[in-house]
Design a protein around this ligand. Sequence first.
Ligand SMILES: *Cc1c(COP(=O)(O)O)cnc(C)c1O
Length: 361
Amino acid sequence: MKNYKLLTPGPLTTTETVKREMMFDHCTWDDDYKAITQDIRRKLLELAHVSEEDYTVILMQGSGTFGVEAVLTSAVGEKDRLLIAANGAYGERMEDIAKHAKLNYMIYNEVYDKVPDAKKVADILDSNPDITHVSMVHSETTSGILNDIQSVARVVKEHGCTMIVDAMSSFGGVDIPVGAWGIDFIISSANKCIQGVPGFSFIIAKRDKLMECEGKARSLSLDLYDQWKTMEKDGKWRFTSPTHVVLAFEQALKELEEEGGIPARNKRYTDNNRLLIKKLAELGVKPYIDAEHQGPIITTFFYPENHTFSFPEMYQYIKDRGYAIYPGKVTEADTFRIGNIGEIYEEDILKVVELIGEYIK
Ligand SMILES: *Cc1c(COP(=O)(O)O)cnc(C)c1O
């Protein structure tokens, strides 16, 4: 079988045992299956450090963007106004969603190598009292920067607004005390740090904020409230669910627990990430984000200096030897990216660095 490991931030390399769960064609309506859905929802609440009394979980078919779109188009009503704080392509995608749904919104664009500033958000909220919702990305996968959602959430709460976080590439890999930080909706997907396969996104929502979404959705299939209403009864999904993906995800959650939960996974990812940056620096390859704000998920690197460097050529060289990496996505510099999440360990990092070294030479 053709095989390579993914050094991309989701889909990512999963375990054999997660993949094996997908060999079974599960029925969707019976009690076993509904119990699996309910178990997943309970476990996600635990990972978010919130209680079932205050928060609830909605699983939504589709990729991560479907989850973000479901939240924005269900929560931001006709009389509401959304502020998007963006410092990368995924923040800008929220603007794209807002435009398509004709939401009333404004955007605060930060440069890609800086985190959105809580003080600036506070100033915007002070001078725009009609803003009701604020959304931002936690781990901006575009660059690898880890945004300070805690500080922003604090000012959002002080202004009585609703806080929406796209934690797609961080949830499960970076510990987030969702309730303590005052986050009302947080979104992630099956194929990122939980280490499942693509097919659904999940939303952890503050119950009172979710209740306010009733009847507001601009789309039928992405109606967050209706999706929740059906699922909350007994774990039945509203429309056909990705059964194989759900089974794989349940197994992935077990394996996260066996690894030692989020702290252990965070440590493995962080160790991978630091080793990668240190070893590539020895080859003269420098990261785009400064050490203080670099997240543990994915790193953007400048092309090495003083070389006639071709990314497609290097990509092919590395792929032929067992690893797939990522092109750059920042707009103002020539970069490439390497993700270090998934079933990736020290030996993989050392191997890919060795391959890059060989290629440059
Ligand atoms: C992966 C990702 C998404 C979702 O992308 P999809 O291609 O729809 O799965 C959204 N935001 C961030 C920050 C991501 O990393």
